[in-house]
Design a protein around this ligand. Structure first.
Ligand code: C2E
Ligand code: MG
Ligand code: MG
Length: 738
């Protein structure tokens, strides 16, 4: 418009020019505001149209401010067209520019807006015709076009300046937003929850905290810090940094999470704030609980262990003392549990223990407690009894529960238990004594038969003390030189030659006299003394055999505990080396029950022993499980048939049939058979007829000190030959030693 230089005087009305400027700013501003507002439907089109309209308003107000010595004649259709162009292109400009936040679309929007402005102005200027009329004057206030140009230039420069400032501010905000986003990303990458809070409110939080505390997807920012940590006082939360705090975090859904809080003061947005690191300690708590559980419970049955039992008993003692009530302790020991373990294996043994634990637990009242003290020993605390008589009710209930068998146990497995009861304050005044009395009562119950309970009586302590004394004596039998070995000869039936001796242990007790091995060996096995005793027997027997002029065999009995517990192969190697005994002369007698306990381990030990060159015999065959698979699992060198099978083979058809079956089995496995406990000629006759390989028994000779057998060991015939040797059936071994 400024370039429009009519040949007649012209100028600009200041007031209207200003109105035109203000209208342009106001309408463009309104249009842009509407265009970027998300609340106005189709706001971009409407806003754009208002911007276009603003251009038209500015132009026509500007035209109204144009004072000229002439008349303006308007072509109405072109005026309308100019407004429509401005409006339409303006309406299109905003949606195009705001379509995406990229330079391409912004530039395209600018082009469309330029088209709107140009199409409007050119059309609008084409719509006006000036007819000069000297009669029309220009007001004195009208600004000449040159002045106007300077004014427009100044305003434009001012606007550009404003735009540059705006751009600079925009860039600064962008940079700050980028920094904030990077900080947020860093905070979000932390595994721990992080929150920044002022006095009372959370002002920033990372994703880990939101995930921990805001279960329903709510935002932590803006919430009260106390709403997440209701149990902690405000001062502790936002006070000066101290040691880490263990508190409960209350999540938005009301659930609580144990957390550890670590505080730091920081300057945030120029003001002092607190940063709280929130560490989820659920995993640690779980581990702590597990460790606590393991320390106080038996892992197999999940019952309280001895530690918990003692703690509970101590607490109940204190309570009972004050309340004038009775407190009973029941000691339980499973009947024949060892047999179940040996016969069915450890897995079944474990299942039995779990079943027992469940059974007892199910019948106890909440204030009562059952604990596993170890092995097959359980104990029950029955507090708050009005009188001692009530203790037996619990014992009866437990025995009844054991009577209905079955549950979860393999076929053939039955369990029973013996129970010993002692009651505070009647039987004992302190915990230790009460426990030892319950133990004495249990021992008594076992002695009286199994599957019953006994209540403590003062006389019972005697029996237990006696047993403890016995165990003590066994442990010291070696050092007190109370043990000795006797030897029983073994002979081949075909050649009638004595080929070796079995070493049998004897204990001459200073007060109790001679105690048979069948009595003291099981006790030595129970109390663990068998390891030392077995070692002594092996050493003594080998040393003895090594002195013989005849290279006769020496058989030594080995108990299950030696095979599984001690390092038997190592011991045998050492003893052979020490004594110089030829390994082929040593025979170890193993019973079947030894193997069953842990067959894989037993086989490994036996293989190691065999690799030393010693012989292995299966002892007492026919008394245990007589399982073919055991015989096949390990290449034994001999089967020793137990005397209970040999007895009466000559008179009983059944006994003979069993014996024949054993011979058949042995032949099938190509194993020689030695018959134990042969006492009569008739038995011997039967064995000969069945082509038995060897024999041992009173008929050949009783177990005696080795000095009785020098005619065999050293080839001299000083002592009288055994009864049946005298019949000339057996060639007494001649001294073949060099
Ligand atoms: P075993 O190994 O079967 O020993 C044979 C047992 O039968 C011996 O009893 C022996 O005296 C007895 N005997 C031998 N011939 C006859 C007979 O004709 N008639 C009768 N009625 N009995 C006969 P003993 O010495 O009382 O030993 C019993 C068991 O004690 C042994 O049975 C063995 O299992 C165990 N034993 C003995 N000494 C030891 C040892 O040093 N270590 C281990 N672990 N066990 C041993
Ligand atoms: Mg034996
Ligand atoms: Mg035997």
């Amino acid at each position: 418009m400024l370039a429009f230089q009519p040949a007649v005087p012209s100028g600009y009305n200041i007031a209207l020019t200003i109105v035109s400027l203000v209208a342009a700013i106001a309408l463009t501003g309104t249009g842009l505001a509407i265009g970027i507002s998300p609340r106005v439907p189709n706001g971009r089109w409407i806003g754009g149209a208002i911007v276009g309209g603003g251009i038209a308003v500015m132009h026509y107000t500007g035209m109204a401010a144009f004072e000229i010595a002439g008349r303006l004649v308007w072509d109405v259709p072109l005026v309308a067209a100019s407004i429509i162009f401005g409006g339409l292109f303006g309406a299109a400009a905003l949606p195009v520019a705001l379509r995406a936040n990229t330079i391409k679309w912004k530039a395209l929007g600018a082009v469309v807006l330029t088209v709107a402005i140009c199409s409007h102005h050119f059309t609008a200027m084409g719509a006006v015709a000036i007819i000069p009329d000297p009669r029309i004057g220009i007001s004195a206030m009208a600004l000449p076009a040159e002045w106007m140009a300077v004014g427009v230039a100044l305003v434009s420069i001012f606007i550009i300046l404003l735009a540059v400032i705006g751009l600079a501010l925009d860039l600064r905000d962008l940079r700050r937003a980028g920094e904030a986003a990077r900080m947020q990303e860093l905070a979000d990458a932390a595994v721990e929850g992080l929150i920044v809070c002022d006095e009372t409110e959370i002002v920033a939080a990372n994703r880990s905290f939101a995930a921990l505390a805001c279960v329903d997807g709510a935002q932590p920012v803006g919430r009260l810090i106390a709403s997440f940590f209701p149990t902690v006082c405000q001062r502790e939360l936002t006070g000066s940094p101290q040691h880490p705090l263990e508190v409960a975090l209350c999540a938005t859904d009301g659930s609580t999470v144990p957390v550890e809080l670590i505080q730091h003061s920081i300057l945030y947005a120029g003001k002092p704030h607190q940063v709280l690191a929130v560490r989820d300690i659920r995993g640690r708590k779980r581990a702590e609980e597990e460790i606590h559980f393991l320390a106080h419970h038996d892992p197999l049955t999940k019952l309280p262990n001895r530690t918990s039992f003692n703690e509970k008993l101590e607490a109940e003692f204190t309570k009972s003392r004050g309340a004038d009530q009775c407190l009973a302790v029941l000691f339980l020991d499973l009947d024949r549990f060892k047999e179940i373990n040996d016969l069915f294996g450890h897995l079944v043994g474990d299942a039995v223990l779990q079943c027992v634990a469940e059974k007892i637990r199910s019948i106890l009242k909440p204030e009562q407690m059952v604990a596993r003290l170890g092995g097959d020993e359980f104990a029950v605390i029955v507090p708050g009894l009005p009188s001692p008589a009530y203790a037996t009710r619990t014992a009866e209930a437990i025995l009844n529960a054991f009577n209905d068998t079955g549950a979860n146990l393999p076929a053939g497995v039955t369990i029973g238990t013996s129970i010993g009861i002692a009651v505070f304050p009647n039987d004992a005044a302190d915990r230790e004594t009460l426990l030892s009395h319950a133990d004495a009562a249990l021992y008594e119950a076992k002695m009286q038969g199994r599957g019953l309970y006994c209540v403590f009586e003062p006389s019972m302590g005697e029996h237990l003390r006696d047993r403890r004394q016995f165990e003590h004596d066994i442990r010291h039998a070696i050092s007190r030189k109370e043990l000795r070995l006797v030897y029983q000869p073994q002979a081949e039936l075909l050649s009638n030659k004595v080929f070796g001796f079995e070493a049998l242990l004897r204990w001459d007790h200073p007060d109790r006299g001679a105690i048979p091995p069948a009595v003291f060996i099981p006790i030595a096995e129970e109390c663990g003394a068998i390891l030392k005793i077995g070692e002594w027997v092996l050493r003594t027997a080998c040393a003895e055999a090594a002195t013989w002029q005849q290279p006769l065999a020496i058989s030594v009995n080995v108990s299950a505990m030696q095979l599984h517990g001690g390092n038997l192969p190592e011991l045998v190697r050492e003893v052979l080396k020490e004594t110089g005994l030829d390994p082929i002369r040593l025979e170890l007698e193993i019973t079947e029950s030894c193997m069953i306990k842990d067959i894989a381990r037993a086989l490994a030990a036996l293989r190691q022993l065999k690799s030393l060159g010693v012989q292995i015999a299966m002892d007492d065959f026919g008394t245990g499980y007589s399982s073919l698979s055991n015989l096949r699992a390990f290449p034994f060198d001999k089967i020793k048939v137990d005397q209970s099978l040999v007895r009466a083979v000559d008179t009983s058809d059944e006994a003979a049939a069993v014996m024949r079956a054993v011979f058949g089995l042995a032949r099938g496995l190509k194993l020689p058979v030695l018959a134990e406990g042969v006492e009569t000629d008739a038995e011997l006759g039967f064995l000969r007829a069945e082509a038995c390989d060897a024999m041992q028994g009173y008929l050949l000779g009783r177990p005696c000190p080795i000095s009785e057998f020098t005619q065999h060991t050293n080839g001299e015939s000083r002592t009288a030959a055994p009864r049946w040797l005298g019949k000339g059936e057996l060639r007494v071994i001649k001294n073949t030693a060099a």
